[in-house]
Design a protein around this ligand. Structure first.
Ligand code: FE
Length: 195
């Protein structure tokens, strides 16, 4: 199979999945997780512009957004040592590790107005993780490496760049944020040059 057709077929299959009558969060996390595991099993399909790190901040490149905003697909590119703040998503999300490794630290409610760490998980290429308000939605993610780029592919149950969500600061402040995306153009999945 040509490299970029993996992403095209993943998007087609995910579109069929979200169109099924019984497509609720549990079904999408389970079945969608299997599709994502297939996609990240091989690291030969992500076009180079969506693999580029930024020297300062992690990058969040939109690869595809469903026209009905039922899901979006993003590549997260971590420069060496880069990390997110503690944040939530407010919708279901799937994380598939493509390259390198990342460490996800989950948080749950502690004493009134505080969060407590529920432990860390290290994701290796091919691993899948999930978040949602029902599964546990608050985490902090960082590149497991200080000397190389790591990349994970995420799928969310909305146009995640436009979702109003929250960052949880060390002093207890909860700050609203909308992430946007790092790119203005998405991959051409259909052009001959895309393969
Ligand atoms: Fe996250």
């Amino acid at each position: 199979m040509e490299p970029t057709s993996r992403l095209r077929e993943f998007i087609r299959d995910f579109t069929l999945l979200v169109s099924e009558p019984g497509a609720d969060e549990a079904m999408l996390v389970a079945e969608g997780g299997r599709l994502l595991a297939d996609l990240v099993r091989q690291d030969d399909w992500l076009p180079e512009p969506y693999t580029r790190p930024d020297p300062e901040y992690y990058r969040q490149y939109l690869l595809h957004c469903d026209p009905l905003e039922r899901f979006s697909v993003v590549s997260f590119v971590w420069g060496p040592g880069q990390a997110t703040p503690v944040h939530d998503h407010t919708v279901w999300g799937l994380i598939g590790m493509l390259r390198g490794a990342e460490i996800c630290e989950s948080f749950g409610p502690g004493a009134v107005g505080t969060l407590v760490s529920q432990g860390e998980r290290r994701l290796h290429p091919g691993d899948i993780d999930a978040v949602s308000p029902t599964l546990g939605d608050i985490h902090r993610v960082r590149n497991a490496y200080d000397d190389r780029v790591s990349i994970s592919i995420h799928v969310y149950g909305a146009d995640i760049g436009a979702v109003r969500r929250h960052v949880y600061k060390d002093d207890g402040e909860v700050k609203p944020f909308v992430s946007g995306y790092s790119n203005d153009a998405v991959p051409n999945l259909w052009g001959a040059a895309a393969g």
